[in-house]
Design a protein. Structure first.
Length: 333
């Protein structure tokens, strides 16, 4: 019956909307009351190579900035290469002299673009020590990608799953117990209110942008724990971590009404992209980060949601992801 369906959909949307804003408000208060921690235990990264997805703006660009300051070679991955190159020249103009930046095209809404990016990276004949899965979208209207995936699912989660799978042999080849290679997944505190809709993974039935975003971020956290366990079981040394960068004023908020309408309010209460990248940089580079499968907020290990820790759901998600991408054995090329 149509009216009960639309009532159900309306209720679902309102519920997610209220939950997400309540969670956001709680985090704002929590961050205002907790001193901001700066990363420590980080040395020069000369000779090391890292990839940052979505590295042309916001937290991604600030992360690139810090990596270059530490003399790292950074591969900046994004949809618009001229815009990435412009961002790099602006950093150079501001006086960032260290490191090397290479800009390559990557569109996480298109799986053939992910494959092409890995091909382009391999052609550079560089080692790989670090992958930062940072790119993301938030609260977008309903949209399907060329491969038939809902856009949050593809950009925030599935594209990064495929990217990590394809780059994993490079990471393993450059990982030792003393200096492990690392994967950093930018998840979000929104994962606490997320649930995986296994029977409707594209959220077609009751599309709600907040729920789709939370689902993709929960999936990223589940993937983080599963991949870390996968490493442990096969004696690998790659350290895989999940990070909530904080509630940060970036272009992600373009679909958030209050942040769009009251930019001054947003900039007063939200963390700056520079503060937001601190936990990312800490988890990516600090010698104090040794154990994989952890979730970090404000440079501190925090307990992820119960849903993220549920083993059978993680196994089901892993299987579904491999099935959606046609992967027989993760990380084996």
């Amino acid at each position: 019956d149509m009216s009960s369906n639309s009532l159900q959909k309306y209720g679902w949307t309102i519920w997610n909307y209220v939950m997400l804003y309540a969670l956001g408000f709680w985090y704002l208060v929590k961050e205002l009351c907790t001193p901001h921690r700066k990363p420590n235990g980080i040395e020069s990264q000369h000779g090391r190579v890292g990839i940052v997805t979505g590295g042309g703006r916001g937290i991604g660009l600030e992360t690139v900035h810090k990596f270059l300051d530490l003399d790292m070679t950074v591969i900046i991955a994004g949809r618009n290469v001229p815009a990435l190159e412009k961002a790099v020249s602006e950093l150079r103009a501001q006086g960032v002299q260290g490191g090397t930046a290479v800009c390559l095209e990557l569109d996480l809404a298109c799986m053939s673009s992910v494959c092409k990016f890995v091909h382009d990276f391999s052609a550079l004949k560089l080692p790989l020590h670090l992958l930062v899965n940072n790119a993301g979208i938030m609260f977008w209207p309903w949209d399907m990608t060329v491969d038939g995936h809902e856009s949050h699912w593809s950009v925030n989660y599935l594209g990064h799953f495929l990217l990590t799978h394809l780059l994993f042999p490079h990471l393993v080849a450059n990982s030792t117990l003393d200096t492990p290679a690392r994967v950093v997944n930018l998840t979000s505190s929104a994962h606490y209110m997320g649930s995986i809709q296994f029977s409707d993974i594209n959220n077609k039935k009751n599309y709600c942008p907040q729920a789709a975003y939370a689902q993709s971020k929960l999936a990223q956290m589940m993937f983080t724990i599963s991949l870390a366990e996968h490493q442990k079981s096969c004696g690998g040394s790659v350290v895989v971590s999940g990070v909530h960068p904080g509630v940060v004023a970036t272009e992600l908020f373009q679909h958030v009404a209050w942040a769009r309408n009251f930019p001054l309010l947003a900039n007063t209460f939200l963390k700056t992209p520079e503060q937001g990248c601190d936990t990312v940089v800490y988890v990516a580079l600090s010698k104090y980060v040794k154990e994989g499968g952890q979730y970090y907020e404000n440079c501190t290990v925090t307990t992820p949601s119960r849903a993220a820790r549920r083993r059978e759901d993680r196994a089901r998600l892993w299987e579904l992801s491999c099935q959606q991408l046609g992967i027989d054995s993760f990380g084996q090329l």
